[in-house]
Ligand binder design. Structure first.
Ligand code: OAD
Length: 232
């Protein structure tokens, strides 16, 4: 099976063992904060200070976090697999890059700032505040470069191309509750890819996958990567 193309979708579960909370597990971020308040453009317009403080706290946490064995295994796969390995992440924490991998960030990045007025992007300071001026147009319209509910995820065209041309699709640590990412398994399967879900427990969309590896990402991902590399 050498030189097969692999697409891997990752979600918050891959970073749980790096100490970053998931969204929907018990006590997760969405149990502590209302999505409407901190993850929508309307919430930002109503109370930018609250939204900035939510993402400032997450930026500090992410900066202090280290990748775990699952991030490292995916970086190894990307380096050692003879075919293409595309990592598409919903995560905004930057841990794939810290592990030495390249990832497509469909929900943006905590490390980025975005001008809501002109669309300019720049590296976010550790603490953003309401009224942060855009370095390009000077509008006081700086916001975290995060895709909020009601906004269109980034890089969808290139992701669709990868899904249509992959031979193997894997999903790691995501609940399958947020579209369009939750629909990727169907898109890949429709194009003939074998599909595998690696998750702590069954997700809402487990039935859509051909194969399942249940357990903590730090264990099941390195084992799966070792199996793939041994198959060469
Ligand atoms: P969720 O919090 O919805 O789901 C996390 C998944 O990871 C669950 O299925 C858990 O069972 C699993 N999990 C937890 N710990 C794990 C571990 N140690 N190893 C493996 N799996 C584990 O997070 P996402 O699916 O990433 O979007 O959420 C998708 C999007 O919803 C996020 O990108 C975010 C959120 O609202 C925005 O903010 C726009």
């Amino acid at each position: 099976m050498a030189a097969e193309k692999i697409v891997i979708l990752t979600g918050a579960g891959i970073s749980a063992e790096s100490g970053l909370g998931t969204f929907r597990d018990e006590g997760g971020l969405w149990a502590q904060h209302r999505i409407e308040d901190v993850a929508t453009p309307e919430g930002f317009a109503r109370n930018p200070a609250l939204v900035h403080s939510f993402y400032n706290a997450r930026r500090v946490q992410a900066a202090e976090a280290a990748p775990n064995a699952a991030h490292e295994a995916l970086a190894r796969l990307q380096r050692d697999w003879p075919g293409e390995v595309v990592i598409v992440t919903q995560n905004v924490d930057g841990l794939h890059e810290k592990a030495g991998a390249r990832a497509i960030h469909m929900h943006g990045e905590l490390a980025g700032a975005l001008c809501a007025a002109c669309g300019q992007r720049w590296p976010a300071p550790m603490e953003m505040a309401p009224g942060t001026a855009c370095p390009a147009c000077t509008a006081p319209a700086g916001r975290p470069d995060i895709v909020w509910f009601g906004e269109i995820p980034y890089h969808m065209e290139i992701i669709a191309e990868h899904l249509q041309s992959c031979d193997l699709f894997a999903s790691v640590g995501t609940s399958g509750q947020v579209y369009p990412a939750a629909g990727f398994v169907q898109e890949a399967a429709y194009s003939g890819a074998h599909t595998v879900e690696l998750n702590l427990a069954d997700s809402d969309i487990s039935r859509a996958f051909d194969d399942h590896r249940i357990g903590p990402a730090s264990e099941v991902v390195p084992a799966w990567v070792a199996e793939l590399l041994a198959s060469l």
